[in-house]
Design a protein around this ligand. Structure first.
Ligand code: Z5A
Length: 210
């Protein structure tokens, strides 16, 4: 019995976190056991690394350091949470995963995707999400929404161009692997987003079961 890994990803303010409980409820409908988790984070060590990544100011952080920390947290998360859950038949719903590294550290910071791919191969050993729901919306709208949330973290203080590059990488990846990605139009009102998510998930689950 093997579970499935479902990832929710995309640029700032798309509503991933807002819709996580709804997505979980859709997946649980047919009796599946689902755990929700997030990156960076998901373990005690991963959450400590998250604090460093989001909060560290000081002299800044080199893109390589940032990327290695993301993968250090991910290695822990995979070892202690994701792989055991999948092996026991549970489904894992993860708020962000490696697509975010390609988008933010690759697109945003300009780190070579080949270097990210090396770490991906090492840490994931072939494990990929079964489905990635990409919450897509114009950067300006996402930033305006995120700006209403209060104090900005280290990523949220980046300029619009940084997020434009990240968005392009997400969309390019979704175009390249259409069987794994479903793009959600996150610019719409929450009720419409929920309907779209529900329909996309239903279609995907039907294909999986059929
Ligand atoms: N990061 C990275 O660089 N590399 C990696 O490999 C990984 C992560 C894994 C933390 O992630 C940072 O880590 C992230 C990328 C980096 N920084 N950035 N950017 P995070 O997922 O924890 O970031 P977050 O700050 O919690 O989430 P987010 O991306 O900024 O937002 P969101 O989860 O998509 O949105 P939300 O919090 O659900 O909603 C934002 C606001 O909009 C909120 O007030 C909602 O009420 C409102 N909202 C949501 N949906 C709607 C709709 N449809 N209409 C109107 N208003 C809405």
């Amino acid at each position: 019995m093997t579970g499935r890994l479902i990832v929710v990803d995309g640029i700032e303010g798309g509503g991933k976190t807002t819709h996580l409980a709804f997505i979980r409820a859709c997946l649980e409908r047919d009796g599946r056991s689902v755990i929700a988790t997030r990156e960076p984070g998901g373990t005690a060590l991963g959450e400590a690394v998250r604090e460093l990544l989001l909060g560290h100011r000081g002299e800044g952080m080199a893109p390589s350091t940032e990327t290695l920390l993301m993968f250090a947290a991910r290695a822990e998360h995979l070892e202690r949470v994701i792989r055991p859950a999948l092996a026991s038949g549970q489904w894992v719903l993860c708020d962000r995963f490696t697509d975010a590294t390609y988008a933010y550290q690759g697109g945003g910071r300009g780190l070579s995707p080949d270097k990210i791919a090396l770490l991906e191969t090492w840490v994931q050993e072939g494990l990929q999400p079964d489905l990635t729901l990409l919450f897509d919306l114009p950067v300006a709208l996402g930033l305006a929404r995120a700006g209403r949330r209060g104090a900005a973290d280290r990523f949220e203080r980046e300029r619009q161009a940084f997020f434009e590059r990240a968005r392009s990488v997400y969309l390019e990846r979704a175009r390249r692997w259409p069987e794994r990605y479903r793009i959600v139009d996150a610019s719409r009102a929450p009720a419409e987003v929920r309907s779209e998510v529900e329909a996309l998930l239903a279609g995907w689950l039907e294909r999986l079961d059929g």
